[in-house]
Every structure is written in structure tokens, then in C-alpha cells.
Design a protein around this ligand. Structure first.
Ligand code: BGC
Length: 508
């Protein structure tokens, strides 16, 4: 059923409508993002629950009881951080396996693997009797995240009509934020259930895992993946179904061509090291580093701990995390609305300024007013919370979603799954680093940590200004001609021998 006609004027803006079927596929697949978000949100709350700490981290519990001795260090414990971060380490490794599954078997089976890993992980963490079982569970959840985060953004970018690609792809991030919010609410309520509240909190991830598993039976495989695996007829039929038009010849041909070209490339990882891959590769990797060095996860993982640090009680801290989560969801809609209108660059640049100001104000207030054992005054605490909210707003419509969107749309088909796998694992590596280090950094650097993140925001703003080109509305297989070749800096890597009509010359 047609809703929005998005056919473009000049080739290669292929004819397409926004169909209900695509909409359903988007919602189901994006549930992969919801599980990722739930895992991000749940660990912070669970690691602030006393029942959980008493059972697995008695030393942290003791320290917390004497919290007034040192505000900034009460949660600093490498094993507690490992509970949060082990997931991302596992996801980092898993995304390479996921990339192979994604190209050999397709995007859909990769999501099905993700749902199985999630279910095993949920079972182990929710039933954990020992720290080892708990960490093993997190590792399985990490495999799920590695597989889900590899398949879902690619799937979304490949089924979306070019003109709506940004908005549809950001549905992944939207679900991530909804997952974080649900986790915050679940944390709030389960923290009142003794002694097993944390088990219910961790077990809750089973619901979206089942939805993803069952839902993946309903969604289609992407035309690109079908054609890539020589299923030409099925690929064309799927293309007609998702585009809602009969005339898909042009787009079909362009995918077939991209696939033929991709087949010439025997080793996509070697190809990623070639000059032609430099622009999407460098941008894709750096966006992950920058996304994490905004400091977002210091807030997402540890919001309750952070709010307690500035003097909120247990309950108020969890509640503030719920408010943060709500803002995160609402502002992601702003991103969905704007990304295909104003484009990617405006969002990245505006939010760099806006996030910088809020981080710097938080840093100044904590440096000035939060002593090691005191609490912030009421007014200062409110300013800190407002700045946290402003910061989250900026992130939610820019570096959050665009960190996933841009790498999923800028690699050519021959290096798409490999390049995106590198981006996912890079994201996981830096997420791991922040998860593992933040509480120790807070303990050692105190308020300085917010200036540390501010410094990074300046660097990423400058990078976006000079090196991130606009990709709004450009068909996914036309980046080379339309984006890299005209770019003031990246054009130097576009050598004539890599042009597509010179397929013969490319052997690796
Ligand atoms: C990031 C996560 C982050 C989340 C917050 C995602 O794009 O990859 O690390 O926690 O956004 O909404």
C-alpha cells in the first residue's frame, strides 16, 4: 500500500514508494536495537542495587555503605566494571563472525543467530549463581549484540528507498533509546523488589529477544543480499515487493552490477586497506571513536551512580535516569525528522557545539562545588541534571544515530559487510573502554573527566566540519561518483583505475 512517493527525478534515484511491508520490516528488525539498548540501560541500574552487590560484589557494597568517605570512588571496582564491559568485548569479537554470516547466509539469518545468543545470555545472567555464570551470560549477550548490530543497520539501509534511508535507518537508534528507557523504568521498579529484583531486571531482555526471533520469520531478506548470493529472481521479486512498484529494472541492474563488482573482490578486508576505501573506512572508524568519546555511555551506563554522586538519593537517582532516557527517545525523533531534510552535517555540527557547552558546565560545577565527601546544593544539582539532559538531547539527534547510519551507507557493496563489521567492533571496543574505565576515571580525574570529554567534542566537531561529507539522498551505490570524487580532500583517493567500468582491472 503506497503512502509516500519517493521517486526521484534523475537516475540513479530509483522509483520507489514507502510500503507498509517495509515499515513492518523496519519495526521488527529494529527490535535488535531495542535489546542492545536494554543491555546498555540495565547494567547501570543493576550494579547500583544492593541485593546484587551483596551477592556478587560484597567489597563494593561495603565501600558504598561508607560512601560519604569519597563521593567519586564509591563504585570503583574492576570486576563490577567487567560486569558491564564484558558484553562489549564479546560483541567486538562476534561482529567479525557476524560479517561472514551476513554475507554468506544473509542479513535475516544473522538476526536469528542474534536472537538465540540473546536468549542464552538472558538465561545465564538472570539465573546466575556465581560471578563466572554472570560474566558468561554477559558474553553471550555480547555475541547477540555483535550479530544484531551487524545485521540490523545494514538491513535497514538496504531495504530503505534512498530518500528515506536516513530516517528509516535511525529507527535502529530509536529502538536503542527505547530499550535504554525501558531498562531505566524496569530498574526503578525492580530495585524495590527484594532480594531478586535484579534477576527480573536482567531476565526482561528475553521479551525482545523472542520478538526478534519470531519476527525475523516474517521479514524479507534484502534484495542486495539475495542478488549477492545469485538468487536473481527472488531478489527482483523482493525489490518489487518492498518498493511497491513494478518498474524496478534500473535499481535491479544497479544492484546486479554492484554484486558483479563485489564478486571480483576476493578479500574484502584487503580491499579495505586500498586507497579507494580510505574515505568510508576512516570516517566509519573515527565516528565510532568520537561517538563514544562524547561521554554518552558514562551517562547511560552509570546515570544512577552519577546522580547519586552529585547527591541524589537512590530513588531520585534512578528516577533521573528515567527522565534522561525519555529525553533520549524523544530527541531521536527529531533526528529521524531532520536527517533527510537538513542532512547529516548540520546535525553533527550543531550538536557538537551544544554538547560541548553542557559538558563544560557540568565540569565547572562539579569542580567548584562537589567536594570529595559533600553533596551539591539543590540549585547546582538541578543545573547538573539540566545539562545532562541538554547533552543527551544533542547526542540523540546526531552522533548517536549518525554513528550507525553513516558507516552503513557509505561503503560500496564489495566492502560493505566487512567495513561495517570493522565499524561495529570499533564501536564496541570504545564502548568497552568507557564501560571499563569510566568509574576509575571518575575516581581519579573527578570533575576533570567532563573536561576530558569536552576536549574530544572539539576535535570531533572539527573533523565533521572538514572531513564528513553530506550523504543525504545519495543512492547507496552512488557514493563514489557523487560524494567522494567531488570532495576537496577525499577525491585524492579516487584513482581512475578503481572506476566501475574498469572492473577488469580490480582483482583483490
Ligand atoms: C550508542 C550507544 C549509546 C546509545 C545511547 C548508541 O548509538 O552506540 O553506545 O549508549 O546510543 O542512546
Amino acid at each position: 500500500m503506497p503512502a509516500v512517493v519517493v521517486s526521484g527525478g534523475t537516475a540513479p534515484d530509483f522509483e520507489a514508494k514507502m510500503t507498509v511491508y517495509v515499515f513492518v520490516c523496519v519495526i521488527i528488525s529494529a527490535v535488535g536495537g531495542l535489546i542492545f539498548g536494554y543491555d546498555i540501560g540495565i547494567s547501570g541500574g543493576v550494579s547500583a542495587m544492593n541485593d546484587f552487590l551483596k551477592e556478587f560484589f560484597p567489597a563494593v557494597y561495603e565501600k558504598k555503605l561508607h560512601a560519604h568517605e569519597n563521593n567519586y570512588c564509591k563504585y570503583d571496582n574492576q570486576f563490577l566494571q567487567l560486569f558491564t564491559s564484558s558484553l562489549y568485548l564479546a560483541a567486538l569479537v562476534a561482529s567479525f563472525a557476524a560479517s561472514a554470516v551476513c554475507s554468506k547466509l544473509g542479513r535475516r539469518p544473522t538476526m536469528q543467530f542474534a536472537s538465540i545468543f540473546f536468549l542464552v545470555g538472558v538465561g545465564l545472567t538472570a539465573a546466575a549463581k556465581s560471578l563466572v555464570m554472570l560474566i558468561f551470560g554477559r558474553v553471550f549477550l555480547g555475541f547477540g549484540v555483535g550479530f544484531g548490530n551487524q545485521a540490523v543497520p545494514l538491513f535497514l539501509s538496504e531495504i530503505a528507498p534512498a530518500k528515506l534511508r536516513g530516517g528509516l535507518n535511525i529507527c535502529f537508534q530509536l529502538m536503542v533509546t527505547i530499550g535504554i528507557l525501558i531498562a531505566n523504568v524496569v530498574n526503578y521498579f525492580t530495585s524495590k523488589v527484594h532480594p531478586n529484583g535484579w534477576r527480573y531486571a536482567l531476565g526482561g531482555a528475553a521479551v525482545p529477544a523472542v520478538i526478534l526471533g519470531l519476527g525475523s520469520l516474517v521479514i524479507c531478506e534484502t534484495p542486495t543480499s539475495l542478488i549477492e548470493r545469485n538468487k536473481l529472481e527472488a531478489g527482483k521479486a523482493t525489490l518489487k515487493k518492498i518498493r511497491g512498484v513494478e518498474n524496478v529494472e534500473e535499481e535491479f541492474e544497479s544492484i546486479v552490477q554492484a554484486c558483479e563488482f563485489a564478486r571480483q573482490v576476493k578479500d574484502p578486508y584487503r580491499k579495505l586497506m586500498k586507497p579507494a576505501s580510505r574515505p568510508p573506512f576512516v570516517i566509519g572508524m573515527l565516528l565510532q571513536l568520537f561517538q563514544q568519546f562524547t561521554g554518552i555511555n558514562a551517562i547511560m551506563f552509570y546515570a544512577p551512580a552519577l546522580f547519586q554522586t552529585v547527591g541524589f538519593g537512590n530513588d531520585a537517582a534512578l528516577l533521573s535516569a528515567v527522565i534522561t532516557g525519555t529525553i533520549n527517545v524523544l530527541c531521536t525523533f527529531v533526528g529521524i525528522y531532520l536527517v533527510d531534510r537538513t542532512g547529516r552535517r548540520v546535525l553533527l555540527l550543531e550538536s557538537a557545539v551544544h554538547m560541548l557547552i553542557s559538558q563544560a558546565i557540568i565540569g565547572v560545577i562539579l569542580a567548584k562545588d562537589l567536594t570529595i565527601s559533600g553533596t551539591l546544593g539543590r540549585a547546582e544539582s538541578i543545573v547538573v541534571v539540566v545539562c545532562v539532559l541538554l547533552f543527551v538531547m544533542g547526542f540523540a539527534w546526531s552522533w548517536g544515530p549518525l554513528g550507525w547510519l553513516i558507516p552503513s551507507e557509505t561503503f560500496p557493496l564489495e566492502t560493505r559487510t566487512a567495513g561495517f563489521a570493522c565499524a561495529v567492533s570499533c564501536n564496541m571496543f570504545f564502548t568497552f573502554l568507557i564501560a571499563q574505565a569510566f568509574l576509575s576515571m571518575l575516581c581519579n580525574m573527578r570533575a576533570g573527566i567532563f573536561f576530558f570529554f569536552s576536549g574530544w567534542i572539539i576535535i570531533m566537531g572539527l573533523f565533521a566540519y572538514f572531513f564528513v561529507p553530506e550523504t543525504k539522498g545519495v543512492p547507496i551505490d552512488a557514493m563514489r561518483e557523487r560524494v567522494w570524487k567531488p570532495h576537496w580532500f577525499w577525491k585524492r583517493y579516487m584513482l581512475p583505475e578503481d572506476d566501475r567500468n574498469d572492473v577488469e582491472k580490480i582483482h583483490d
